[in-house]
Design a protein around this ligand. Sequence first.
Ligand code: HEM
Length: 534
Amino acid sequence: GSKGNGQEKSRYSKAEKSRNASKGNTLTTRQGHPVTDNQNIRTLGSSGPATMENYHFIEKISHFDRERVPERVVHARGAGAHGVFVSYGTVGKDPVEKFTRAKVFKKGKETPTFVRFSTVGHPSGSPETLRDPRGFAVKFYTEDGNWDLVGNNLKIFFIRDAMKFPDLIHSQKPDPVTNIQSAERIFDFFSGSPEATHMVTFLYSPWGIPANYRQMQGSGVNTYKWVNAEGEAMLVKYHWEPLQGIRNLTQKEAQEVQGKNFNHATQDLYEAIERGDFPEWELNVQLISDDDHPELDFDPLDDTKLWPKEQFPWYPVGKMTLNRNPVDYFNEVELAAFGTGVLVDGLDFSDDKMLQGRTFSYSDTQRYRIGANYLQLPINAPKVHVATNQRGGQMAYDTDFAEGQNIHVNYEPSILGGLSEAPKPAKEYTPRYEANLVRQPIERANPFKQAGETFRNFEDWEREELINNLGNDLAKCDPRIQERMLDHFTQADENYGRLVRERIEQVTKQMKKMDKGMDGPMGNVTGEQGVEDA
Ligand code: HEM
């Protein structure tokens, strides 16, 4: 390779450590047959027709024909790396045990992790410069089994009810007729979903194009619970802070990068780890009591809202270092399966309606995308004792017996030597509920106030980008959609609405002058060329 022998050697030794590395370097089939000719199919004479008993060829080509699994329905494009999480053991001045009994947070505890970063709406081969939230999914292989923290770079989300997720994503994905992403479809949805205004404000600012994966934050977005040994719970939000600092791109910078390299974020992560420049993030938590918080003008379980940092401080609880690249992208990154249902003792769900819906969706899609036995794959399997009575299913790979178990008993209860239940924790967390079963939105919807605060908190260049980017895309939309969006921005902040209106007018005029109508040379989310700033 172009990088010299040292690099090649280290890569080779990594492959040797991999599970399937075998002695010798002879090419074989998957049946273990040595391959003596990998160039020629078996034919009648050197130019004759091929035979059907050409087992080596058929095995090779038919495996190739099946090399892909369906890409993720969202977050299709990603990059991953292995690492380690080390816990500080404290929350401010208190020992962490005051709030959670999860062993992963015990002082000094080291837990192996695997992280997958991603873009959201665009397909698996799309440029990594596009305006989109970024996924930040972490699998902790803890001593109590796996914990997945499936987050994004931004700290809030577009919607607050899982019912709306398929609609949100359909509006962001390409038009079902033209197969082209369309600003008008996107803003059609947003203009009917006022709760999205806050997230749109982040997305159309430079925060919608992180410079790379190493220099971005991560956030669990949804609210979870921490449970301590007494069975008491607190609401918790998680945030990853990059020790490399945060860097975002302007639309123009992104287009310059994209013109040269559409894999820049994957490459940046891979190369940093290869040269030993290991990226690090500190994990912070915000903790509040588990109740409705009537003193707040928003619902604490509404994921379109920030828990303001000044009011609810961030407490660092540990640090993650990414220090090893995958040896096989497909096996480790493509087949990785994260889900919000994957919690360990001491961590729990909140009543956040998005979280509840997500928790069904992830493992459901993974059973379809990868298969019923996806948890047997090395990247997804916990690194601890696993013993179930689950048997069968496509590609069942390993029978997870316990040592000394009666292998005839794949059911429970049994007195014949099968598996038995683990002891219950001394104090279980058993919240009490009393409510009518309804379909209702939350009270305290308050869709615009924090959007206005976020607008005012931006630096000048961030606000300018936001206005230009929004105006460029909105100029392509039906005037009724423009008006509805402008109404939302105005309710967030009068200047916000006024400035976006001015930008739309300016771009529309420019478009007319260029006589390009709705196909004008602009666009942001859609990845088209932007109009130069006036
Ligand atoms: C991936 C559903 C909201 C972060 C996915 C996948 C589905 C999904 C089906 C593909 C999983 C796979 O194929 O393995 C949903 C639903 C949501 C929702 C139904 C709302 C009700 C969110 C939110 C966040 C988020 C709010 C941010 C915290 C992610 C990430 C991935 C992902 C990071 C990629 C995981 C990976 O790298 O494999 N989501 N999602 N999602 N989602 Fe969500």
